[in-house]
Design a protein around this ligand. Structure first.
Ligand code: ADP
Length: 196
């Protein structure tokens, strides 16, 4: 089984989650945010504990349990009918997050586009993350040193994923625009990809 897939790509604080949730409301699109799947785990779940250990340091969770969590969630959503793999487009947010994950998922994902929410202004992203810390109760957003570590992990480990998929699939959207304009640009890309 391969899934028709759009990847939402961008640094922490670039707005992937906000946009992903909106796109997931469009009939025919199913949004999966890997960070949300981790946060939905129970603290008594061994992977929940692993997640806290890594995310509290601003590090990525190891690949194998991450991919396993992804598979389980997609299977559960397929079984409960919220995701129809035959007709729906999967919108992935936060996965694959490094080249190894992209390789593991290569045979499973039929990637139609990578939408890169790009933000050149590091301070703006830090500001967004800090605002989110209290509003969404995210401890990993509360500490400046951890935010910097996550942005570093993004630069070192996640950005190379763009090269893995190559320029033909990658679309850049300026994420410093107002949200409605970011959404417009993403929708234009989706409409274009639909036609192909
Ligand atoms: P953000 O993109 O704002 O940093 P996420 O909610 O996507 O936040 O992720 C929060 C944390 O969850 C990450 O810092 C990381 O520890 C973990 N995580 C999420 N997705 C993955 C993934 N695909 N691989 C490894 N770790 C992940």
């Amino acid at each position: 089984m391969t899934y028709r897939t759009i990847l939402l790509f961008g640094a922490p604080g670039s707005g992937k989650g906000t946009q992903g949730k909106i796109i997931g409301k469009i009939p025919g699109y199913f949004h999966f945010a890997c960070g949300d799947a981790f946060r939905n785990l129970r603290i008594t779940d061994p992977l929940g504990k692993t997640f806290i250990d890594y995310s509290a340091k601003g590090l990525l969770v190891p690949d194998e349990p991450t991919i396993e969590l992804w598979r389980k969630n997609i299977q559960a959503s397929t079984l409960n009918g919220t995701f129809d793999p035959v007709n729906d487009t999967l919108v992935l947010d936060g996965i694959p997050r490094n080249v190894n994950q992209a390789r593991i998922l290569q045979d499973t994902l039929d990637v139609k586009a990578v939408i890169h929410l790009a933000c050149q202004d590091m301070n703006k992203m830090i500001e967004r993350l800090q605002r989110r810390a209290l509003r969404e109760n995210r401890l990993d957003d509360a500490n400046l040193a951890i935010i910097r570590q996550r942005l570093e992990a993004y630069e070192q480990e996640t950005k190379p994923v763009l090269d893995f998929y190559g320029p033909a699939l990658c679309h850049t959207v300026n994420s410093t625009q107002r949200q409605i304009h970011v959404l417009r640009d993403i929708l234009n890309i989706l409409v274009h990809v639909e036609k192909e």
